[in-house]
Ligand binder design. Structure first.
Ligand code: ADP
Ligand code: MG
Length: 683
């Protein structure tokens, strides 16, 4: 009953008017419940008092010390007065210093003892600058664990703390449990009211950990339950099985190459899935260039030969067009007509294609998310393929599937995530990995460069273009930005065009351009009308320009390893020796290590494992698009043990109550049905 309060506007809290509500919206906080579920990013432990000798440089510490000098005022200049005093813990002395805080003069008294909290510095002298302080035993600001929240402009830590306190006192003791009681008991989780109190204002690190554990458990449990339900639902559905796979022989005979063993295995998995009357739901995970498209084509061919329609959805028009251009001549050899459906087609053209799809005249359909539009109606969609699935949300995948009578579903991704995690993240899917590249691929030579090599690199680019090659230059930003020292596409392209590459044809492309403009630049590059393409990572997905042989990446430290790997995969697709030249701006240890990994290996799976290790899971999963709702608290790397625990609970629950209809499971059932609703991740 209390849960109504949770849905009340955040403006119900004191101190929140229109302006602050607007700022809070940027943090996705709209309601009291959102505030309650807005967890601290970290905590400041102000409970443990340390001796000065135990304090490390740069550490936040509490020190209990007696003032042994009067407060010194140093008038540095107008508007800058430094107040400082010497204090001792009985063994060692240090200084405490404040800027422009006049009341310090009277507040800090020689001979008195205080607890100071702040960042300790060992060098050039022992001191804490701008410490918070109070008398021992007061415990107002010190002696506690204090939450630290993510902020946005116009919102301070102090406000967030106040809002969290208000949200807690409004709901205190009244929140009803969201997890089934027996799960709480068996898993030894803490109760929901206690959990909210202690995630915001923990009594100790132990109670914080208990609260966090509960929320991590709840988050992973809900996600897995939702995915497992999708899987269960699928298993009782009836799909059209394919009956005849003898046709595959002629298909394979028409290919200009022999499939790799990994491709053959993938196709075998797919065919054996589609022979069943349970709809297939298979993920093909294969590194860039491993040849997933032809596997998809094989699946389409089998479906179509067995009387179904097959659709292939790609995340960009460029990619969809490339698929169309490579697959339609192949399918035509068997008399199969393919159509390309894009959002940018004229109305008349679209209408024509739509009616051909609806009548069944066309059986192979390739397109972008235009395929999801309401107008698209199939006569008999039996196979739905999503390419580069990480660019689509679960919902979009589902929309496509809903257009058929339980069609088979094939999902392709080049995001190689560690298998252990894939099994959980994609627990509603069966997984096949393609771990082999077609023969004869030369690895891309990777070079980590710095500015002193700049002139040589430009000379190399020049030579390569003159001998017929093409070059990508990737920058992290679209436009120049003031506070970051990052290269931007527009400016850098301009600069190069007007100086060093005056005599070459340069072009640029980025995500903020109109789709049609993007297309035309990409097409010009593909045709060889542009020599040097300056771009953002928009070119990361799928594009195939075999003549491109050099990939230069500016500010390489700004990209995730998996992303660098994808970018590198844009070159080395033709006969020419290919190079990837990385220009990292920073030389810190992590960057060095990451660049080293890029140099050492071309295996996407190893790279993703390293990425996970080096960047830390928050970053890794934060930027990785996997089509699942973002995790608020769980950390798939560190909380992997919790995951295996939740897996067994989920199985047990679904065995007893497959549709989550019992009273005890009512809350959790409501929660998971809203889980995928706000999840459109198309980009
Ligand atoms: P990705 O897995 O990244 O989608 P593609 O399907 O685009 O890879 O394939 C990359 C290139 O490799 C294409 O030019 C394709 O024709 C070629 N290719 C695919 N399979 C083979 C093979 N077995 N032997 C030789 N070339 C192949
Ligand atoms: Mg591909």
């Amino acid at each position: 009953m209390i849960n109504e309060v949770l849905n009340e506007s955040i403006k119900k809290l004191k101190g929140v008017g229109d302006k602050r509500a607007c700022a809070l919206l940027r943090l996705n906080i709209k309601t009291v419940g959102d505030m309650l579920a807005f967890f601290p990013r970290e905590y400041e432990d102000r409970t443990k008092i340390k001796r000065i000798s135990e304090c490390a440089h740069g550490e936040n510490v509490c020190v209990r010390a007696t003032v042994i000098s009067p407060v010194k005022c140093n008038y540095v200049r107008k508007n800058l007065i430094i107040y400082s005093a010497r204090v001792t813990d009985g063994l060692i002395n240090m200084d405490v210093t404040w800027f422009n805080i006049r009341f310090i003069e009277n507040a800090i008294k020689p001979g008195e003892e205080y607890i100071f909290f702040g960042k300790f510095e060992q060098f050039p002298k022992r001191q804490i600058t701008s410490p918070i302080f109070e008398k021992p035993g007061v415990n107002r600001q010190i002696g506690k664990i204090v939450p630290v929240y993510p902020l946005t402009s116009g919102i301070t830590q102090k406000m967030m703390i106040d809002l969290a306190q208000q949200a807690l006192s409004l709901t205190k003791g009244k929140l009803s449990e969201t997890l089934p009681q027996n799960v709480i008991t068996k898993a030894g989780l803490c109760e929901i009211n206690y959990a909210y109190k202690n995630i915001h204002f923990p009594e100790s690190l132990e109670t914080k950990n208990a609260a966090r554990h509960r929320f991590v458990f709840e988050e992973l449990f809900s996600l897995q339950l939702a995915l497992m339900q999708i899987k269960k639902d699928r298993e009782v559905k009836k799909a059209q099985p394919i009956k005849d796979t003898s046709c595959m022989k002629e298909f394979l005979a028409q290919l200009p190459f022999e499939l790799t063993n990994a491709q053959k295995n993938a196709l075998r998995d797919i065919l054996s899935d589609m022979k069943k009357s349970v709809p297939m739901s298979r993920l093909i995970q294969g590194d860039v260039g491993s040849g997933k498209t032809i596997v998809a084509a094989g699946a389409m061919f089998a479906a179509i030969k067995n009387g179904m329609q097959a659709a292939l959805m790609a995340p960009t028009e460029i990619l969809a067009t490339q698929h169309f251009e490579s697959l339609s001549p192949l399918l035509l050899k068997f008399g199969i007509k393919t159509k390309l459906l894009l959002g940018s087609l004229t109305k008349a053209k679209k209408k024509e294609i739509l009616s051909e799809i609806e009548s069944g005249e066309v059986s192979a359909i390739i397109g972008t998310h235009a395929l999801l539009s309401e107008n698209v109606k199939y006569k008999n969609l039996g196979l739905a393929i999503t390419d580069e699935q990480h660019r689509f949300g679960v919902n979009q995948r589902k929309t496509l599937l809903d257009k058929g009578q339980n069609p088979h579903s094939l999902i392709m991704t080049a995001t190689p995530i560690p298998r252990s995690l894939a099994l959980i993240l994609y627990c509603d899917l069966d997984i096949t990995q393609i771990k082999e590249l077609p023969p004869g691929r030369k690895p891309v030579k990777t070079i980590v460069a710095n500015e002193s090599l700049r002139a040589r690199v430009w000379g190399f680019v020049n030579k390569e273009v003159l001998s017929g090659g093409q070059v990508y230059i990737v920058c992290p930003l679209v436009e120049e930005s003031e506070n970051l020292d990052l290269k931007s596409v527009t400016l850098f392209a301009d600069e190069l065009k007007n100086s060093i590459f005056k005599n070459l044809k340069t072009g640029f492309v980025h995500g903020k351009m109109k789709a049609a403009d993007k297309e035309s630049v990409m097409n010009a590059f593909a045709k060889g009308d542009i020599d040097i393409l300056v771009a953002t990572s928009v070119i990361e997905v799928g594009v195939n320009v075999p003549n491109a042989s050099i990939m230069i990446i500016e500010n390489a430290e700004r990209f995730g390893l998996s992303q660098l790997h994808q970018l590198r995969g844009r070159v080395g697709r033709g006969q020419k020796e290919a190079y990837c030249i990385l220009f990292p701006k920073s030389s810190n240890e992590i960057t060095k290590k990451r660049m080293e990994v890029m140099k050492e290996t071309g295996d996407g799976f190893i790279i993703s494992e390293e990425d996970l290790k080096l960047r830390g899971p928050g970053d890794f999963f934060g930027t990785m698009q996997h089509g699942l709702p973002p995790l608020k608290i769980a950390n798939l790397y560190e909380d992997i043990d919790v995951l295996s625990e939740t897996t067994s609970f989920v199985k047990e629950i679904l065995e007893k109550d497959p549709h989550l209809l019992s009273e005890e499971n009512r809350q959790i059932s409501a929660k998971i049905s809203s889980l995928f609703n706000n999840n459109i991740t198309f980009s």
